[in-house]
Ligand binder design. Structure first.
Ligand code: H79
Length: 588
């Protein structure tokens, strides 16, 4: 499987940067992505017709000959490009870094390159290097400048990957492409614009480990503290990336960043008006922070250099929320719980937990599983306001319960933060717990992978997704605590990337509390929620379980029969079962 994310097994060989090199990036939690290039000129349309998929891929999907595509440069004269305003927008949004396309897959350099005349100064009537002003503004306004650089796909250079309509695949020599273009251009961007926060490499689809390693060492030789994104390939990045727009089922392992769009495209498309709401974006930022990931959110300026007003408005709305609540996001550590909650998320700083309440909070709040003594509860936006709380232990299971009376808490839409101060560093119950709303949610990152074979082939990857679940010997197993005995309905949720086929029709067996429920995974319902937009959450109802008394139970999920279709295999998916979660809810 060619995965964009880095399976944990591979990351073991990842060279560890000095802890300090990642410190600024962890602290920032939130960055601006900018996709800007020649593709902004056609804006998703070629010869009057829309070309499907993200705007920056138009050359590829339209199989546009280089001779035609390169003439877009003659029309690139962005009168409204304003680097000071763009950096100010990032600041207003509360972001700490900015990543701009120095060269995307189309091969066009958006800075003055000596290594290739196919660049914004030499090939356009604008004759202007936008990165000079941008670097200056970043320095002035205090934002880390980073460059995106497509190291593998390049549709201009005959030896670059994936242009097979102009050049024969058999003739391609990747070493020559690296020597003639990638190394010289990386040297340019790393030596001309001052210190860079990172080079954001992307789509490692064809380069060898040796080539990725050579690219990495070039970056580190020229700027030792410059980070290298996980998509350099072969587990050689300084941190990991899941797929575009991915939201994890639970806390990540290690350092991660989710890059995401405000609408659906990265490079400007004039027909993409499907904007995410500000409240969706704020909630997503909180979700990712609680799971230990950065959020890199994209704008695609148009051919005149204008940031779409809908993008700017959303970024400012996030910034307005962060001005009040940013201290509960920036510089925080992830939640001590691996799972999220129906009611919201948790981030941590030292001995303080920040409870991020989604939606309008009710008066009485309860949390299960926090072992540490609480010393005080305050409104984050109004620290003068303290709330009464009580800690107790549920007698039947020993589950610690924290109850807070939030009477008088002022709601800061869409997320309200409550600071919970502890007597020591937070410690939580290790098992999955029944929640105060009586539900139990079992997620991949909380499971043990078992097998009837000698060694499991399936695993839960660092992003929390099941990988290589293509056999009947392996299973997932959870221990969890039931507080309220009774009848529960079990639902198994599987998923897929929205543009790729779902791998369904597998016969799964769920064993728990003396029962075995056997069902074929099918689309009984699509669950709502943040994750569903790019990873539809497909629910299969499995039926009823009985928990006769409070206490700990074990649940096992395995495949009795697989329905592995060739057509479900894609570039990024192995076609196996993509497990998301199991939900247990009181029957009825
Ligand atoms: O720069 C943005 C995207 O252009 C780039 N990453 C973000 C940050 C990116 N685009 N697509 N991908 C990464 C994943 C590649 C998807 C593909 Fe396909 C699936 C390539 C081949 C199969 C899409 C569908 C392109 C061709 C068919």
């Amino acid at each position: 499987m060619l995965a964009l994310d880095m399976p944990l097994a591979k990351r073991r060989s990842r060279p560890a940067p000095g802890r300090d090199d990642l410190a600024w990036w962890r602290e920032a939690r939130f960055g601006l992505f900018i996709h800007w290039g020649l593709y902004a000129v056609p804006a998703g349309f070629w010869k009057g017709r829309p070309v499907a998929y993200a705007g920056e891929w138009i050359m590829y999907h339209g199989k546009i000959p280089f001779a035609d595509y390169s003439r877009l440069a003659e029309r690139f004269h962005p009168r409204h490009w304003d680097p000071a305003a763009v950096v100010r927008l990032a600041k207003q949004a509360g972001m700490g870094y900015l990543v701009i396309t120095a060269k995307h897959h189309d091969g066009f350099a958006m800075y003055h390159s000596k290594a290739s005349r196919y660049n914004v100064v030499d090939a356009t009537p604008w004759h202007h290097d936008p990165m000079v002003g941008l670097a200056r503004e970043c320095r002035r306004q205090g934002i880390r400048l980073c460059f995106y650089y497509s190291q593998d796909l390049d549709w201009q250079h005959p030896d670059g990957a994936w242009n097979t309509w102009d050049y024969r695949k058999e003739d391609k020599d990747p070493a020559r492409y690296l020597r003639e273009k990638v190394f010289p251009q990386l040297t340019e961007i790393l030596t001309r614009y001052g210190p860079l926060g990172m080079i954001w490499f992307d789509t490692p689809l064809t380069l060898s480990r040796e080539h990725s390693a050579a690219i990495r060492s070039l970056v580190k030789r020229l700027q030792p503290r410059c980070l290298v994104s996980g998509r350099i390939g072969h587990g050689l990045g300084d941190y990991s990336l899941p797929r575009d727009n991915f939201l994890p089922p639970g806390r990540f392992e290690g350092d991660w960043e989710t890059c995401a769009t405000l609408n659906h495209t990265w490079g400007y498309r004039k027909d993409d008006h499907q904007w995410k709401s500000a409240s969706n974006l704020i909630t997503t930022l909180v979700d990712l922070a609680s799971k230990g990931a950065n959020y890199l959110l994209n704008i695609g300026p148009d051919a005149d250099g204008r940031v779409p007003p809908a993008s700017a408005a959303r970024l400012r709305a996030i910034g307005a929320w962060l001005r009040v609540n940013g201290g509960a996001v920036r510089g925080t550590l992830p939640s001590p719980f691996r799972n999220g909650f129906e009611w919201g998320r948790i981030t941590t700083r030292g001995r303080t937990l920040f409870f991020h309440l989604f939606g309008k909070p009710g008066r009485y709040f309860r949390l299960h599983g926090l072992r540490t003594r609480v010393t005080g509860v305050r409104a984050f936006a109004d620290p003068g306001r303290e709330f009464p709380f009580r800690q107790a232990v549920e007698p039947a299971t020993g589950t610690p319960i924290l109850a807070i009376d939030l009477k008088g808490l002022r709601w800061t839409s869409p997320v309200t933060v409550v600071a919970v101060h502890l007597a020591a560093a937070p410690e939580v119950e290790p098992l999955t717990l029944q929640q105060p709303d009586d539900s139990v949610t079992l997620i991949g990152p909380m499971a043990r992978v078992g097998t009837k074979a000698r060694k499991p082939a399936m695993r839960i990857g660092g992003s929390g997704m099941s990988e290589n679940w293509r056999n009947t010997a392996d299973y997932l197993e959870w221990r969890f605590t039931v507080i309220k005995p009774g009848a529960y309905d079990a639902t198994v949720v599987t998923t897929h990337q929205h543009l790729e086929p779902w791998s369904g029709g597998h016969t799964l067996r769920l064993e728990c509390a003396g029962r075995a429920l056997r069902r074929v995974t099918r689309r009984d319902a699509l669950l709502p929620g943040l994750r569903s937009a790019y990873y539809p959450q497909i629910a299969t109802r499995f039926g009823r379980l009985e928990f006769p008394r409070p206490g700990n139970y074990t649940l096992r999920l395995r495949a009795d029969r697989l329905n592995l279709l060739k057509k479900n295999k894609t570039f990024f998916s192995d076609g196996g079962i993509q497990f998301s979660e199991i939900q247990l809810k009181p029957h009825g």
